[in-house]
Design a protein around this ligand. Structure first.
Ligand code: HEM
Length: 266
């Protein structure tokens, strides 16, 4: 008996390009020229979101296995991806309001609002919001993935546990906190962080990368809402929110509030 000869791996087969490049399906008549850009850019975002989740999960594992240097290295990669995500908005801003309007109605109620991976990233970074779960049908793979993130520890929890193992007196109440709650600023943690900044270069560097991450997401939110304002003004969003007014309301909340609170005391 001879084994079937295996086809040699090619660029196309390895990357499954035939499937990947068949996934762009404009809905407008014609179709409208700009719809292709709109689809491609959102798909590219979702791929990067996938990679971000992959790396964020890895950071948590690296903290829990006491590999701070590797965790820092991975955080650097995450930040670099975030920069690319922000820069990509420039491309979409080459689309004028009228070009967007040429196909906007065909989006119906579809919106980045419904991006499951974006919510998973938010949850993993501590921005937990129960209302986001209800946007996904109960029992669907997206809902189950989000529920798991909602109930699970955040990157910040993984970092606090790491600090506890490094000998810092992180209160047990923090190590066993209810993960479904958003991360709140706490005086006891701030005392610990001030100590970290003053005498522990390695952990202080990690804190700085987490601040970078916080800023990176804030930068994305800011650039996205500006793009929304220039493209649709104050119209409501296709996802059913008040549009730019809603997006403005998501800004200004820090992911790691303790790291911001201590700045004025250092
Ligand atoms: C012309 C381009 C775009 C417009 C006009 C636009 C508009 C909006 C609006 C109005 C919202 C609020 C929710 C709603 O729909 O009611 C929203 C949310 C959102 N959009 Fe966009 N968007 C655009 C491009 C993008 C791109 C390229 C991404 C990348 C994935 C994206 C991701 C998101 C996300 C994740 C949210 C939820 C934000 C949150 O709830 O904090 N958007 N968008």
């Amino acid at each position: 008996m001879h084994d079937e000869p295996q086809a040699a791996v090619t660029y196309e087969s390895y990357l499954q390009l035939e499937s990947l490049l068949a996934l762009q399906a404009p809905r407008s008549e014609g179709p409208e020229h700009d719809e292709m850009l709109f689809i491609v850019i959102h798909q590219v975002y979702e791929l990067w979101f996938k990679e971000l989740l992959h790396e964020l999960d890895h950071v948590a594992v690296l903290f829990s296995t006491d590999k701070p240097h590797r965790a820092q290295h991975t955080l650097k990669r995450i930040l670099t991806i975030l920069k690319v995500l922000v820069a990509q908005l420039d491309i979409l801003e080459t689309m004028t309001p009228l070009e967007f309007l040429s196909f906007r109605a065909r989006l119906e109620a579809a919106s980045g609002f419904q991006s499951n991976q974006f919510r998973q990233i938010e949850f993993l970074l501590g921005a937990k919001n129960h209302a986001a779960l209800a946007r996904f049908p109960e029992g669907s793979p997206g809902r189950l993935a989000l529920e798991r993130r909602y109930a699970g520890p955040t990157v910040w929890d993984a970092f606090l546990r790491y600090l506890a193992r490094e000998g810092y007196a992180v209160p047990t109440s923090h190590l066993t906190r209810d993960y479904t709650k958003a991360v709140e600023a706490t005086p006891e943690i701030q005392e610990i962080l001030i100590d970290v900044y003053r005498r522990d270069v390695k952990s202080a560097e990690i804190c700085e990368r987490l601040v970078d991450l916080d800023e990176g997401l804030a930068e994305w939110r800011y650039r996205h809402v500006r793009m929304v304002e220039r493209t649709i003004g104050s119209k409501p969003g296709t996802g059913g929110s008040r549009g730019a007014a809603y997006l403005q309301s998501t800004m200004g909340r820090n992911l790691f509030p303790d790291l911001w609170e201590i700045r004025s005391r250092l």
